[in-house]
Structures are given as structure tokens and as C-alpha cells.
Design a protein around this ligand. Structure first.
Ligand code: CTP
Length: 472
């Protein structure tokens, strides 16, 4: 075989070939599986294309295995799926496609293998391996896909304007592959993307988000994010990111380009975590900056409160991208809100109390916060970077020491809101929250000890100031 397959894969492909022979049809392995095998990437998704009915071939293949895998199929699309061992195998008949302008759903008619190859998105995804007796295992590559793989090039088999107009999701895919594989996009193909960016509007948000997530999960996400920016696609799919771009100057004072700073932070964090949500936090950490930008005479540019404004933007952005509105969103929001805290502690104010507060506010997300914070150190000034890193290490050291002695991470104050309501006969109201916060602050600041008796006495004193007496 032209591609290097495991014993198991060979065995399964032989069965598919056998089933195709029974049906007197030709079949081929095609697309991403062939590409990834040649690149030496892990892959478990196999696409099989046959010159006939894909669903029939799936059933005939399934019958050759014991136990028989279940065949799930979509009659409307003419596709069928079976799972054998860890392989997800998708069957489809070779097709010619023509698209309607307002939809990415094509009119499908049966076609030859070459028709099928040329309707695919990129030449690197149009490679086929024969499973037929006359040339079993041979590569069929009419569009120079191998050359493109060697040159690390993304190019469409047809005129790019047609490929992208037919299915505009492919613009996102081109950029995603460029980011994932570190390939470049061939000039005409790149031009084709720029010509068609407006067509992205016909693509569902879920699919766009899926590609954006894949870009974020690539080894160096800035490659894809910058291509999205350069192509004009980012302006349409994520305008808030565009607001970060550029640097303004006044009285000879400028600020950094927050778009490229953000890209650097995302790349930095990608070296330390594969967690998608932590990468999202890096992407959004400064998203509140454009809205808070001010020029202060004699002082320069400031972005006061951008972490609070940014935190408030997170749920809206998650909703727009149809990302989960659950603990993952809350995690990203919290990190955006807290991202300045560790580094804003300078040597003089790294008190136990400041450290306890940070631990209390971050809770179990303290390690993620520290990872984000470290990634955020991007200055070109080496001395500044060194100062920040030293400071960062100091904070990390102190966090460990304080957590070791006080166990604040998952701590809750010894007097709860319910207790306060019961003791003073209060309904839920602001005073209850004020008293509770005062107790928490006193403990975190080390004013009183962290136990019930001390908290109770302090509560009585605080309540007196509000003219409150215990009811019993
Ligand atoms: N394809 C296409 N246009 C699309 C999506 C897919 O032409 N918009 C074709 C490509 O030939 C691709 C194959 O269908 O290789 C399988 O698609 P898919 O599984 O989505 O992508 P892969 O290329 O396998 O890559 P990945 O799994 O990383 O998405």
C-alpha cells in the first residue's frame, strides 16, 4: 500500500475490498485519512468512496465481520457509517456536485472518482488509495496532492472562487489546516478566500466555532488567528477582536497593539496547556481594553477596569459563538476578571492577606490563573520581563506557603448567610451580605482568627454598628 497502515487497518480494508468485489463496484480510501497517514498524524476517521451506492457497500462490509457492526445511514445524503475496532468508517458514492448560491447543500449526482476528487476542498484532501484488485493500494492523485503535501501548500483542485463559493466553510478550513499543519496557503487560493469572505454568512455559527476552536487548539494558534485577521474573515466572525488591533499615539506616547499582544499570549499559553477553555481565556483576557481606553495627560494610555468590562463581555461572546454557557464560561469569565491580580502584587504588597484574598477569589482555578498570568508577560523590554517573572515566581512561592498553612483555596467562612439571618431574624437582604463579607474580609486580612468563636464575636460587633441585636 502507498500508505503505511497497521495490521488491523489492512485487515479491515481487505474486507471492504471484498465487499466491493461482491457488489462489482470500485472503491477507494479518500480524503483526510490518506493525508494524515502520509503526514504521520494519528487518525481514526476513514472515508470510503465507491462508484455506486455507499449505503449498500456499508451493509455488505458489515456482513463480513463477526460480530456485525451496526450500520447507521442517512438516505438523503447517501452516506453510511460503521465502527470497527477504533476506526470510524464512512461510506459514500462518488459524486458530482453543483451548488445553489444561498446554501452549502449541493445537488448531488453520481460521478466518477475524478469528479469526486475535484469537488473536494483542497488537493491534499483529494488523495485516493485504490482498494480494487487491478491496482490495490495504489495512490490516485490527479491534482498533485502529494506535491502539495511536500511543499506544505494548501490549494484548491478547482478554481478557488468556485471551491469557496460552493462551500464557504472551506475558507475557515483552509486557515485551520494552515494553523494545524503549519502549511502556507497558495496565492490564488488565498485570493479566492479574500474574494469570498462575505459568503461566510451562509455558514452556521456552530461550524464556524468548531473551526475556530481547532485553530485555538493548534500548536501555534497565532498562525490561524492572524490569517483570519489578514483575510478579513475575523472582521465578520469576531469584530470584538478587531477592536484590539492597532496602536494609537498621542503626545509621542503610544500603547502596544493589543491584538498582536493577545496572539502572543495565546501562543505562550499553548506551550503550557492543551485546555481549550484556558486558551479561550488567553484569547479574551484583554477584550475589555478598547472600551476602557483613555489618554491621561502627561501619563499616557490607560485601560482601567478592562478586566471587569472584559469579564462582562465573556457571556455575550460565548452566546454569540454558541459555546457552552455553563461552568466553562464561568471559568473563562473568572480568569479574565482576575488576570491582573497576581502580577499586580508588587514585592512591597505581597502580604499574607493579599495572597489569601487571591487564593479565596481564584479557588481551584488558581493554577490556571497563574498559567494565564505567566503567558501574559510579553514585553519587548527584557528587564521588564525579568522583573515581572521574578515577581511572578515570588507570588507563586507565597501562594504555596499560604495555602499550605491556611488552606484557603476551598475555604468558606465559618458563619454563613443562613446563620446570620436566623440569629438576627432577618430576611435575605443586603445587610446579611454586608455582615458576611465583613467577617470574610476580617479573616482574610488576618484581623481575627479563622474559627467560629472569633467569627461570631466579630459578627455581633459588626451587627451592632447596624443597630442589630440577636433575636434570641
Ligand atoms: N471535505 C470537503 N469540504 C468540506 C469538508 C470536507 O471537501 N467542507 C472533504 C475533504 O476531502 C476531507 C473529507 O471531506 O478530507 C473529510 O472531511 P472531514 O472529516 O470533515 O475533514 P478531514 O479532512 O478528515 O479533517 P479533520 O478530521 O481534521 O476535520
Amino acid at each position: 500500500m502507498f500508505i503505511d497502515c497497521s495490521e488491523k487497518e489492512r485487515f479491515i480494508f481487505a474486507k471492504i475490498a471484498h465487499a466491493a468485489a461482491q457488489l462489482e463496484t470500485e472503491c477507494y480510501i479518500i480524503g483526510g485519512f490518506v493525508r494524515d497517514k502520509i503526514l504521520g498524524r494519528e487518525t481514526a476517521d476513514v472515508d470510503i468512496v465507491c462508484l455506486g451506492d455507499g449505503i449498500e457497500l456499508a451493509h455488505a462490509t458489515a456482513r463480513l465481520f463477526h460480530p456485525q457492526p451496526r450500520v447507521s445511514f442517512f438516505k438523503n445524503f447517501g452516506t453510511a457509517h460503521i465502527k470497527v475496532d477504533d476506526l470510524d468508517i464512512e461510506f459514500v458514492g462518488a459524486r458530482k456536485e453543483s451548488y445553489r448560491y444561498h446554501s452549502r447543500k449541493p445537488e448531488v449526482t453520481p460521478g466518477t472518482l475524478e469528479d469526486d476528487q475535484q469537488r473536494r476542498d483542497f488537493t491534499i484532501n483529494a488523495l485516493a488509495i485504490s482498494l480494487n484488485p487491478n491496482n490495490y493500494g495504489a495512490l490516485i492523485d490527479p491534482f498533485e496532492g502529494i506535491q502539495a503535501l511536500e511543499a506544505k501548500m494548501i490549494r484548491t483542485p478547482l478554481d478557488p472562487d468556485q471551491t469557496f463559493s460552493d462551500d464557504p466553510l472551506r475558507m475557515m478550513r483552509a486557515i485551520r489546516f494552515a494553523s494545524q499543519l503549519r502549511f502556507f496557503i497558495e496565492e490564488h487560493t488565498w485570493q479566492g478566500i479574500q474574494n469570498n469572505i462575505e459568503r461566510i454568512h451562509i455558514i452556521s455559527q456552530e461550524r464556524i466555532t468548531d473551526e475556530l476552536n481547532k485553530i485555538l487548539l493548534s500548536k501555534k494558534p497565532s498562525v490561524g488567528l492572524d490569517l483570519l485577521y489578514q483575510s478579513g474573515l475575523l472582521h465578520i466572525i469576531f469584530p470584538q477582536m478587531i477592536d484590539l488591533a492597532g496602536a494609537e499615539y498621542k503626545d509621542g506616547m503610544g500603547h502596544k497593539d493589543n491584538f498582536y499582544h493577545t496572539l502572543q499570549v495565546v501562543d505562550n499559553i499553548a506551550e503550557n496547556t492543551d485546555d481549550l477553555w484556558l486558551r479561550w481565556a488567553a484569547l479574551l483576557h484583554d477584550i475589555g481594553k478598547p472600551a476602557t481606553k483613555r489618554f491621561e495627560e502627561g501619563h499616557g494610555w490607560t485601560f482601567h477596569g478592562h478586566e471587569v468590562v472584559g469579564g462582562r463581555m465573556v457571556p455575550k461572546i460565548f452566546a454569540r459563538f454558541r459555546l457552552p454557557m455553563d461552568h466553562k464560561m464561568r471559568f473563562v469569565k473568572k480568569l479574565v476578571e482576575l488576570h491582573l491580580r497576581p502580577i499586580s502584587l508588587t514585592k512591597e504588597n505581597i502580604t499574607d492577606s493579599a495572597i489569601r484574598r487571591l487564593l479565596f477569589d481564584a479557588g481551584d482555578d488558581i493554577d490556571a490563573l497563574m498559567t494565564l498570568c505567566k503567558a501574559d508577560i510579553t514585553s519587548k523590554n527584557k528587564q521588564k520581563v525579568k522583573r515581572y517573572l521574578d515577581n511572578f515566581e515570588m507570588v507563586r512561592y507565597r501562594l504555596e506557603a499560604v495555602e499550605e498553612s491556611d488552606r484557603i483555596r476551598n475555604w468558606q467562612p465559618p458563619v454563613t448567610g443562613e446563620m446570620i439571618m436566623e440569629i438576627f431574624g432577618l430576611p435575605p437582604c443586603k445587610q446579611v451580605g454586608d455582615i458576611k463579607n465583613a467577617i470574610r474580609d476580617a479573616i482574610l486580612d488576618g484581623e481575627i482568627e479563622n474559627n467560629y468563636d472569633a467569627a461570631y464575636d466579630f459578627m455581633l460587633k459588626t451587627a451592632k454598628a447596624f443597630n442589630l441585636e440577636p433575636v434570641k
